[in-house]
Design a protein around this ligand. Structure first.
Ligand SMILES: NC(=O)c1ccc[n+]([C@@H]2O[C@H](COP(=O)([O-])OP(=O)(O)OC[C@H]3O[C@@H](n4cnc5c(N)ncnc54)[C@H](O)[C@@H]3O)[C@@H](O)[C@H]2O)c1
Length: 436
């Protein structure tokens, strides 16, 4: 059965099922369709299915044209999981958040696995792409999938292949980002390699699903720790009157042994603030305390509070306080040029400013209306940046440095401008400028 699947994957005649059509699943579906695989998308969110059927995108950086092409190539999307029987490969791209105790919440993954298990058949390959702790595939997925009566490595294949999607990045695409794959058995790995090598330029095998799971966590922990480090260096530089951005750029001229990371108002997104704590939690089972991860989390988590202090200081220069000031936050998605607001430090910033009595507004060309979020609420829409409007605020805070902002217009018309991104590093003498 496995040989048949490898043959149909190599011949691109296999049908690919993608479960979870979000930031990860949708680009992957598009990639398979580009290579003429038949693709079926599964999601529990009917509104996404409706949009896809209407050939409309719901992710800003994926144009509706791409969805039209996808549908024209035979893609269908459904909430009907009995259709798992129609596909040969099942790729899981569902969320892996933290719960309120900041512990891994595998609820979405396990519900999905339980939903698909009754429809498993001999020859199926199941690939988990959601970021998770080492051992998830082996300890949580395998026993649940085997409740179908099918044996992993004999009847069905099970692999873990972490997603490295970086929304908004133009230098790489789903095809060109190398993909790591670990199999539950050597045969599973062989199937996993066949699953991805038809659509990804370079597929990198590792010896186990655990190694693949740990690879993804190392990548994201590496980022979290280095961003924490550079945020700490920023605070020291500020005290010493040194421009941290000048220092980073100078250090980056070293052709080896240094990787530049840039400070900011904190970290956001579905990955960097969350994934490291998957390892922290699992490491406890082995009696290991992951101090680097905790420390980076603490430093990065305190950055919005640091920025608020700098805003207070900046307003002081104008004999004003946060309480009663009109403050405009520029950029509320968690990073530049995208519309993703998950865990955005800008939102924490807005909340703290509001708590301290500021009248908070925002402007973000990628987020026209403040979305409904589980834990945050603002009845606001994006302010249009005209000279008069800019001048009407006591303070403007650059939180996320979108390319669409007119930086000269902003600087020329702001009464007070607090820059958390080093965008105005060459305007040192501008009297209205403060760094945070
Ligand atoms: N967003 C990124 O840039 C990124 C990058 C690398 C890895 N990841 C990882 O990929 C995984 C998915 O992240 P995402 O950003 O695509 O999330 P997302 O929230 O954008 O998409 C997840 C989708 O899964 C659907 N879903 C939830 N439960 C389901 C179920 N039981 N059955 C079917 N569909 C279900 C949701 O409706 C949603 O459409 C996470 O583990 C994340 O950590 C994300």
């Amino acid at each position: 059965m496995m040989e048949n699947l490898i043959g149909s994957l190599n011949g691109k005649t296999a049908t690919i099922g993608i479960v979870g059509l979000g930031y990860v699943g949708l680009p992957l579906a598009i990639r398979y369709a580009e290579e003429n695989f038949k693709v079926v998308g599964f999601d529990i969110d009917q509104s996404k299915i409706d949009k896809l059927e209407a050939k409309k995108s719901y992710i800003e950086h994926i144009p509706s044209d791409a969805i039209e092409e996808l549908v024209d190539k035979g893609f269908s999307a459904t909430t009907d999981f009995t259709r798992i029987t129609d596909v040969d490969a099942i790729i899981l791209c569902v969320p892996t958040p933290l719960n309120k105790y900041r512990e891994p919440d595998l609820g979405y993954v396990l519900t999905t696995v339980e939903t698909i298990t009754p429809y498993l058949k001999k020859g199926h390959v199941v690939s988990l792409e959601s970021t998770t702790y080492p051992g998830t595939t082996e300890e949580e997925l395998m026993p649940r999938l085997e409740k179908s009566g099918l044996t992993v490595g004999e009847d069905i294949s099970l692999v873990f292949s972490p997603e490295r999607e970086d929304p908004g990045r133009k230098s790489h695409s789903t095809r060109t980002i190398p993909k790591v794959v670990g199999g539950q058995t050597p045969k599973c790995l062989e199937v996993g390699m066949a699953l991805y090598k038809g659509v990804i330029d370079e597929v990198v095998p590792v010896s186990s699903t655990k190694a693949a799971e740990m690879t993804k966590l190392l990548e994201n922990i590496h980022r979290a720790v280095n961003i924490g480090l550079v945020n700490e260096i920023k605070i020291v530089c500020d005290k010493m009157g040194i421009d941290v951005f000048e220092v980073i750029d100078a250090a980056a001229t070293k052709p080896f042994g240094f990787v530049p990371y840039y400070p900011g108002p904190g970290i956001g997104g579905h990955c960097i603030p969350i994934d490291p704590f998957y390892l922290t939690w699992k490491a406890r089972e082995y009696g290991v305390h992951t101090r680097f991860i905790e420390l980076a989390g603490e430093i990065n988590g305190n950055m919005p509070a640091y920025v608020v202090k700098k805003i207070a200081k900046a307003l002081n220069q104008d004999q004003k306080s946060i309480n009663g000031s009109k403050i405009l936050v520029l950029g509320i998605s968690y990073k530049k040029n995208i519309d993703d607001m998950r865990e955005s430090p800008s939102v924490f910033l807005m909340e703290r400013l509001r708590d301290e009595g500021a009248e908070v507004s925002y402007s973000d060309p990628h987020v026209p209306v403040f979305p409904k979020m589980r834990e945050h609420s603002f009845e606001l829409s994006s302010v249009e940046l005209t000279p008069d409007k800019l001048n009407s605020f006591d303070c403007i805070v650059l939180a996320t440095d979108h390319e669409k902002f007119d930086y000269d217009l902003i600087q020329k018309n702001a009464k007070r401008l607090v820059d958390t991104r080093g965008k105005y590093r060459n305007h040192k003498d501008a009297p209205n400028l403060s760094r945070a």
